[in-house]
Design a protein around this ligand. Sequence first.
Ligand SMILES: [Zn+2]
Length: 73
Amino acid sequence: MTQLTTESPHVTAPAPLTATDRCDACGAQAYVRATLATGELLFCAHHASRFSESLKATALAWHDETAKLHSEA
Ligand SMILES: [Zn+2]
């Protein structure tokens, strides 16, 4: 009965994306982290919007920091 408390030690508050996080599709700076059952994918704003429709249906979590693009531009 310990499954819920000890199964996933890495599940904490989502870490913010940084300049070292890169889009898995093109290598640009990532602003979105999609957590899937099979692992994590990072996307730039461009590829996040391109893939969001198909990925959001199966993603366990969708961490979107694209607002940073507008606030820091
Ligand atoms: Zn990209």
